[in-house]
Design a protein around this ligand. Structure first.
Ligand SMILES: O=P(O)(O)OC[C@H]1O[C@H](O[C@H]2O[C@H](CO)[C@@H](O)[C@H](O)[C@H]2O)[C@H](O)[C@@H](O)[C@@H]1O
Length: 977
C-alpha cells in the first residue's frame, strides 16, 4: 500500500482502493462509495435471516439467504442501532456498559420499575407502552423478487435509533414500539411498482390499472397477481404483511410501518414516474430550509400546495396508524420536523392522550418562521403535545416567542397556554451511545487503520472533519478558514493536513443545491488551497467525498489532532461527540461552531464563529499549540460530559419529563384544535344538518367600533351556499339587534336569525320576527340605563348600545385599565341592585357589560332549534322531518357557552355526540364547554367555506375540491367562492 502522505488515498487497501490517477485527483473525483462495515446487502441479509430464524422456527432459510455467512451474522456494527447483530437485552448491553463507562452502568442499574413510576405518579394511568413516531423506519427496505424483503441499515440518525434500541431493551421498564414510514422502497427493476399489465382474452397489450384488477387470472403461474393496493403502493398485501410481521417481531426495535402510496405520476412524455420522495418534500424543502435560516425562492403556488397536501396527508396516515395500536395510558413521542402536525391530529382523536414532541433540528427566530406560509398550522400542529423538547435553549426560546408573536398564545419560559391546557417546553440535548462508540473504536481493525493513517501522516498534525454536503454544515467555511490559517501561520505549512470527508446529503432541498453549487464550491476551494499551499509531494487538504465505513470513521476520529466542526447551523452534531470519545487518550482539542446545537452542551470545546475566518484560523493555531495539560483538562471534562449525557440518559430524562409534565397537565380542560377533515366527512355523510353561528368574534373579528364589524364577502357567500342546501338549517344566534343582522345578512333568505341573545327569532324564509320577551316587563331597562350612564360619564369613550330588549355598555374605546376597572364595578352594582329585583342577568362580555332577561339566552334558542329540526321521521329531504345528523355550533364568548351547554345536553340522548361539533373561537387559554377549538374568525370562515365548497365543488362537477381541501386542511379561496 502506498503510504506517501502526499498522495490522497483511501485509508485501507480494500477492493475500493482508487487507482493512481484517482488518488492524485481524489479531491476532484468522487471515489467509489463504500458503505458501513458490513455491506448493505450483507447486512440486510444477515438481519433478515436472523429475524426470520427467530420468527419462523423450523423453516429452512438457507435458500433465501445463500450468501449469509456465520461471520457476517456475527459481525457488529456501530452505525446502526437497528442492526440486530448488536446484542440486544440487558445482559449484553449492561456488560458492555460496565466495562466501558462505570458511571453510566450505575445509572442504568438504578432502572426504575413501572410500579415505581406508577406509584410516584398516582394521577396518571400509565399503560407502560411507549410509541415513538419517527419519519422513516430504522431500516431501508428493499423489496425483492419473490416478494421478500431485504433490510439495510439506514444512514443517519444513529443517535435516535440508538435511543429506540435502548427504550426497546430490558434496560427500561417500557414496552416500546416505533411507528415509521417504510421510506422509499427499493424495487428491483423487474418488479412492478404499479399493477402488472394483465392479459386480456385476445391480446397481451397492457390495460389500465383499474382493468388490471378485474382481468382474468394469468395462466402462466409465474405472474404475480396485483392485489388492491394499500394506498396505491403496489406491494401485494401478503408481502406487506410479511414485512409487518418481520418488523413487529424485531428483538431490537419493534416497528409498525406506515404504508404510503408512491402515487405514480405521468410526465409530459407520457412516462410513468415513481415519486416516493413526495412524502418528504414539504418537510425537507420548506421546513428544513427555514429551520436552518435559509430561504428559497417561492415556486409557483400550485407546487407548494401539493407538497403541503402531501405533508398533511402523511401526518394523517401516521395518526391513523398510531390510533390503530394506541391503548389508553400509552405515551406517544413524536420525533422531528416531518411530523409537526401529528401531535394535534392525535389530540383531536384522543383528547387525553399523553403526547410529546421532540425537535432534532434547530428552530428559528420568529422573524424567520414568519416567512413560512403555513407557519400557523405548523405551530398549532405541534401544540397538540403536552411536552415539546428541543436540542438547545435558544431553539426553545424561539419556539415560545413564535407561539406568542405568531399565534398570540401567552407563554413564559417554561411553556405555553394552549387549547385550554398547558404545553411545557424543555431543553434536552441528545447524546450518543458512548459505550458503543468505545466498544467499536478500539477494535483491532480500527487500530490497524489508525496506525496506517498515523504512519501516512507521520510528523504532521491532522485536522479531521466529517460533514454532510449540506450548505448548513459549513464545509466551504471550513476550507476558507483553513486557507486563512495557512496564510496567517506559514510555519504550519506542510506541517498540517486537513482530512475532510464529505458524505452526500439526504435532504431533498439540499440535493440540487449540493450537486450544483456546494460540491463545486468545495472542489474549487480544495483545488485552490492545494494549488497554493501544496507541493508535488503533499496536498494540505485531503478531501474524500464519500461515505466512510465504520472502521475508517473511527480510525480517522482517533487519528485527529484537532476535530473541526464549522457548521453554520445544525441541531446536534454527533460527530463532535464521537470525536470526543475517540480522543479520550490523546486529548485532541475539539473546535466547534457556536451555531451547532452541540455548542450549548460542550462548553469546554473551543468555540468559533465559522463566519469569522481569521478567528477560526487563530483557534486552529491555539489548539495546535496548546499545552498537554490544558488539552487533557479540556478533553477530560468533555469526555465526562459525553459519557454521562449519552443517548440512554437523554431518552430516559425525556420520558421522565413527559410523565412529570403529564402529572401537572390539566388534560380535562384540553380543547383540541378542530379536526376539519373529520368535520367535513361527518358533514358530507349527514342527511340533515344544523348550523348555529354566533356573530361577533366568530364570523367577524372583534373591532373597536361595533358598526364596523361587517361580514366579509367570503363568509356571506359561504353562508348562502350552506343555507341554500335543502339538507341544511343555518342560524345566526347573536347578541346583535334585528336591524344590524337584517342589514348585513338579511339578504340570505334561507337563513334563520336569533337577535339580542335569544329575545327575537326569525325562521329561514320568513319575514316575521318572533318576540320571545314580549310578555316580559321591561321596567328594568330604565334602572340599568341609569347605571350605565353613570359609568359612561366616568369613562370617556365608553357608550351605551340600546337595543330593543338587551342593553350593552361598551368600554373598548375608553382607557383600557379604567374601562376594565369600571366594568367590574358596574357589573357588581347591577348584580347587587337591579338583578336582585328583576329577573335579569348581568354578563361581562368583550369590553362590554350586557343585561338581558334571565330566561332568554342563546342556550334556550338551541333547545328550540334542536326540538324543531330533530324529529324521529326518516325523510332527510326536507326540514320538517328527519334526524339531525350533523350539528355545528361556533361561538367565542361567555354567552355562547350557553349554546354549548344546551348542545352537550342533547349529545347522547338525542344527537350522536360524534356528529356534534361545538367549537369555541379565540384565546388558547380558554376554559370552555365546547369540544373543539379554533383560533380566530378567519379559521371559522375557512371551515364554513370548506363545507360550502365541498358541496359546490361536487355540484359543479369540478375537481373534488372538498377532497383536496380536506387533505390540505383548508379551502382554495378563489376557486370555490
Ligand atoms: O353574540 P354576539 O354576536 O357575539 O354579539 C355580542 C355583542 O357583540 C358586539 O359587541 C362586541 O363586538 C364589537 C364589534 O367587534 C366590539 O366593538 C365590542 O367591543 C364587543 O363587545 C355588539 O355590539 C353587541 O351588541 C353584542 O351583544
Amino acid at each position: 500500500m502506498d503510504s506517501d502522505p502526499g498522495q490522497p488515498q483511501r485509508l485501507n487497501s480494500s477492493q475500493h482502493e482508487p487507482n493512481q490517477q484517482q488518488r492524485r485527483h481524489n479531491h476532484l473525483v468522487e471515489l467509489p462509495t463504500t458503505h458501513n462495515s458490513i455491506s448493505d446487502s450483507t447486512l440486510s441479509s444477515a438481519f433478515t435471516r436472523r429475524h426470520l430464524e427467530a420468527v419462523t422456527p423450523g423453516i429452512d432459510l438457507s435458500t433465501y439467504f445463500p450468501s449469509t455467512s456465520p461471520s457476517e451474522l456475527a459481525r457488529p456494527s456501530y452505525f446502526s442501532a437497528a442492526d440486530p447483530n448488536i446484542p440486544p437485552g440487558p445482559a449484553n448491553s449492561s456488560n458492555l456498559v460496565e466495562r466501558q463507562v462505570p458511571a453510566m452502568a450505575a445509572a442504568l442499574a438504578r432502572r426504575e420499575s413501572l410500579s415505581d413510576i406508577r406509584a410516584a405518579n398516582p394521577d396518571l394511568s400509565l399503560s407502560g407502552n411507549i410509541i415513538s413516531a419517527t419519519f422513516t423506519t430504522p431500516h431501508a427496505l428493499n423489496y425483492c423478487k419473490g416478494g421478500h424483503w431485504d433490510l439495510k441499515a439506514r444512514r443517519g440518525q444513529s443517535a435516535l435509533y440508538d435511543s429506540f434500541a435502548h427504550l426497546s431493551s430490558d434496560a427500561t421498564p417500557w414496552h416500546h414500539t416505533v411507528v415509521a414510514w417504510t421510506g422509499e422502497i427499493d424495487f428491483p427493476q423487474d418488479l412492478p411498482s404499479s399493477p402488472p399489465e394483465a392479459p386480456t382474452s385476445s391480446t397481451t397489450v397492457g390495460v389500465s390499472s383499474l382493468n388490471a384488477l378485474s382481468a382474468p387470472v394469468p395462466v402462466d403461474g409465474n405472474t404475480r397477481l396485483p392485489t388492491p393496493p394499500i394506498d396505491g403502493l403496489w406491494v401485494p398485501r401478503e408481502d406487506q404483511q410479511r414485512l409487518e410481521y418481520q418488523l413487529s417481531h424485531s428483538k431490537s426495535i419493534r416497528t409498525v410501518p406506515v404504508w404510503l402510496s408512491d402515487e405514480n405520476e405521468v410526465n409530459n412524455e407520457g412516462i410513468t414516474l415513481k415519486d416516493q420522495a413526495r412524502w418528504r418534500r414539504y418537510a425537507e424543502h420548506d421546513l428544513y430550509t427555514l429551520f436552518h435560516y435559509k430561504q428559497h425562492e417561492p415556486s409557483d403556488g400550485r407546487k407548494e400546495r401539493v407538497q403541503w397536501a402531501d405533508y398533511y396527508r402523511m401526518n394523517q396516515k401516521f395518526a391513523n396508524r398510531i390510533i390503530e395500536i394506541y391503548k389508553p395510558g400509552d405515551i406517544v413521542i413524536v420525533h422531528d420536523y416531518y411530523l409537526m402536525l401529528l401531535p394535534s391530529m392525535l389530540r383531536q382523536r384522543v383528547p387525553n392522550m399523553y403526547i410529546s414532541f421532540y425537535l432534532h433540528s434547530p428552530f428559528p427566530s420568529s422573524e424567520f418562521l414568519r416567512c413560512l406560509p403555513r407557519r400557523k398550522e405548523v405551530l398549532e400542529g405541534v401544540l397538540g403535545a403536552n411536552l415539546i423538547g428541543f436540542q438547545s435553549y435558544s431553539y426553545s426560546r424561539h419556539f415560545l416567542s413564535c407561539c406568542t408573536r405568531i399565534l398570540g398564545f401567552p407563554s413564559d419560559t417554561l411553556g405555553i397556554d394552549a387549547y385550554g391546557t398547558r404545553v411545557q417546553v424543555g431543553v434536552f440535548p441528545i447524546g450518543v451511545d458512548a459505550a458503543k462508540v468505545e466498544s467499536y473504536a478500539w477494535v483491532d481493525s480500527v487500530t490497524e487503520k489508525y496506525n496506517t493513517l498515523k504512519k501516512m501522516y507521520e510528523g504532521k498534525k491532522i485536522i479531521v472533519g466529517r460533514d454532510r454536503l449540506d450548505s448548513v454544515r459549513g464545509v466551504a467555511q471550513k476550507l476558507q478558514a483553513f486557507e486563512r490559517f495557512l496564510e496567517l501561520y506559514p510555519e504550519w505549512r506542510e506541517q498540517v493536513v486537513l482530512i475532510q470527508v464529505t458524505t452526500p446529503t439526504t435532504v431533498e432541498a439540499e440535493k440540487e443545491d449540493a450537486e450544483n453549487k456546494i460540491a463545486s464550491r468545495v472542489n474549487e476551494l480544495v483545488m485552490k488551497i492545494n494549488g497554493q499551499y501544496g507541493s508535488l509531494g503533499f496536498s494540505p487538504v485531503q478531501h474524500y467525498p464519500q461515505y466512510l465505513d465504520q472502521d475508517e470513521y473511527f480510525a480517522l476520529l482517533r487519528a485527529g489532532d484537532i476535530g473541526l466542526i464549522t457548521s453554520v447551523r445544525d441541531g446536534m452534531n454527533t460527530t463532535s461527540l464521537e470525536y470526543i470519545i475517540c480522543q479520550k487518550d490523546l486529548h485532541g482539542p475539539l473546535i466547534l461552531s457556536e451555531f451547532s446545537g452541540t455548542a450549548g452542551s460542550l462548553g469546554d470545546a473551543i468555540h468559533i464563529n465559522p463566519w469569522d475566518l481569521s478567528g477560526v484560523a487563530e483557534k486552529i493555531h491555539l489548539a495546535l499549540t496548546m499545552s498537554a495539560e490544558k488539552r487533557m483538562a479540556m478533553q477530560n471534562s468533555l469526555y465526562r460530559h459525553v459519557t454521562s449525557h449519552n443517548v440512554q440518559s437523554w431518552i430516559t430524562k425525556f420520558v421522565r419529563k413527559v410523565y412529570t409534565v403529564l402529572g401537572d397537565s390539566n388534560l380535562v380542560n384540553a380543547t383540541p384544535l378542530l379536526d376539519r377533515a373529520l368535520m367535513l366527512s361527518r358533514y358530507r355523510s349527514a342527511g340533515k344538518r344544523l348550523f348555529m353561528f354566533d356573530y361577533d368574534g366568530t364570523l367577524t373579528p372583534i373591532v373597536s367600533e361595533p358598526s364596523a364589524a361587517v361580514p366579509s364577502e367570503r363568509i356571506i357567500n359561504a353562508l348562502r351556499v350552506l343555507a341554500d342546501d335543502p339538507k341544511n338549517a343555518v342560524w345566526i344566534i347573536s347578541g346583535r339587534d334585528q336591524d344590524f343582522l337584517k342589514h348585513h345578512l338579511g339578504h340570505i333568505q334561507k337563513m334563520g336569525f336569533s337577535a339580542e341573545h335569544g329575545s327575537f327569532m326569525k325562521s329561514p324564509g320568513s319575514d316575521e320576527w318572533e318576540n320571545l320577551a314580549e310578555k316580559f316587563d321591561m321596567g328594568w331597562q330604565e334602572e340599568v340605563l341609569k347605571v350605565f350612564q353613570k359609568y359612561t360619564d366616568m369613562a370617556t369613550g365608553s357608550f351605551i348600545e340600546r337595543k330593543r330588549c338587551a342593553l350593552t355598555w361598551h368600554y373598548r374605546l375608553a382607557d383600557p385599565e379604567l374601562g376594565l376597572q369600571l366594568s367590574r364595578e358596574c357589573e357588581k352594582e347591577l348584580s347587587a341592585g337591579v338583578a336582585r329585583h328583576w329577573d335579569v342577568e348581568v354578563m361581562p362580555g368583550k369590553a362590554n357589560v350586557e343585561v338581558r332577561p334571565t330566561f332568554i339566552n342563546k342556550g334556550e334558542i338551541i333547545k328550540r332549534l334542536v326540538q324543531t329540526y330533530h324529529s324521529s321521521g326518516t325523510s332527510s329531504e326536507d326540514k320538517e322531518s328527519g334526524k339531525v345528523e350533523f350539528a355545528l355550533c361556533m361561538g367565542d364568548d361567555f354567552t355562547d357557552e350557553d349554546m354549548f351547554r344546551s348542545l352537550n345536553g342533547f349529545s347522547g340522548p338525542v344527537l350522536d355526540p360524534d356528529h356534534v361539533f361545538t367549537v369555541t373561537v379565540g384565546a388558547s387559554t380558554k376554559v370552555t364547554l365546547a369540544r373543539w377549538h379554533l383560533l380566530e374568525p378567519e379559521d371559522v370562515i375557512e371551515c364554513v367555506a370548506l363545507l360550502a365548497g365541498s358541496e359546490e365543488g361536487m355540484q359543479l362537477g369540478e375537481v373534488n375540491l372538498a377532497a383536496l381541501s380536506s387533505v390540505e386542511g383548508h379551502i382554495p379561496e378563489k376557486a370555490v367562492l
